[in-house]
Design a binder for this molecule. Sequence first.
Ligand SMILES: [Zn+2]
Ligand SMILES: [Zn+2]
Ligand SMILES: [Zn+2]
Ligand SMILES: [Zn+2]
Length: 145
Amino acid sequence: MTKWSCLMVLCLAAMSLTLAGCGEKAPAGIPHTHNPHAEVTLCGHCGQIKDGEKCCQEGVAVCSNCGLHKGSILCCSPAISGVRDVVLCRKCGEVLLSKKCCTAGPALCPKCGLHRGSPGCCKIEKVADDVTGEEYEHAHAGNHG
Ligand SMILES: [Zn+2]
Ligand SMILES: [Zn+2]
Ligand SMILES: [Zn+2]
Ligand SMILES: [Zn+2]
């Protein structure tokens, strides 16, 4: 009995040490919850919904200002981040997990219900706040896409 509890204590101590070290290092992938129904991935090359019908379609007018497809969701958007894909939150319209994502501060757009002036405002469909199911946790590895 004593032998076992001793082992347990050692085990716990080792575990907490590992955890503490991990947290301090600020790992590249921060674990967070994903819900595919509550987010939309936009292609960093064309600005359309990733893998959607219009994604990287040829013969589409390109915006002279931002280089993405003219009139695409991401066209001239503040959310553009190089050629990397951008994930917008369908609950608020902001870039997913950005500072403003799902905060109560910003005014809501009367038309779409997303944060007014957010990258997704009137461009993506809002999803119900209480969307549940199919949530999964994962950590993004360094370069995602
Ligand atoms: Zn594309
Ligand atoms: Zn543009
Ligand atoms: Zn959000
Ligand atoms: Zn709107």
